[in-house]
Design a protein around this ligand. Sequence first.
Ligand code: HEM
Length: 136
Amino acid sequence: MSTTAKVYTLEEVAKHNSKDDCWLIIGGKVYDVTKFLEDHPGGDDVLLSSTAKDATDDFEDVGHSTTARAMMDEYLLGEIDTSTIPARTKYVPPKQPHYNQDKTPEFIIKILQFLVPLAILGLAVAVRIYTKSESA
Ligand code: HEM
């Protein structure tokens, strides 16, 4: 066996994504599982849906047995050029909508927040004084 394994790009591997031609990337290696599709205990659909990407997580999530891992050598083609696999996208939380959506200038809101309670208080005092002088 040759010691220099063939190195494939993701683009190259991704072309093999059908029932008649199915390649997988698992643990940095490339496997041609076309002949195994029908015999895979987990079914062919899961294998096909794991094509054109790094299927390591899919493979590991199932918790494959050592028997399953030993079988893989039979389908080994070569290695994947890891630089061709896009890095995991980091979760970016959506931006919180701004509270002040109507674009009213902030300072007007601040002034109103101060003035409205003051106006209510003033009105209350005025009513009180007025009713007092009326009853006197
Ligand atoms: C060369 C690659 C693969 C080989 C040789 C392989 C082999 C096997 C074997 C032998 C089993 C029987 C259970 C065991 O011994 O662990 C199995 C089950 C299974 N495999 Fe794979 N598998 C491969 C890739 C994948 C991938 C990429 C997925 C994607 C999700 C997958 C999903 C499953 C599922 C869902 C089961 C059924 C588990 C259950 O019902 O208990 N396999 N596989």
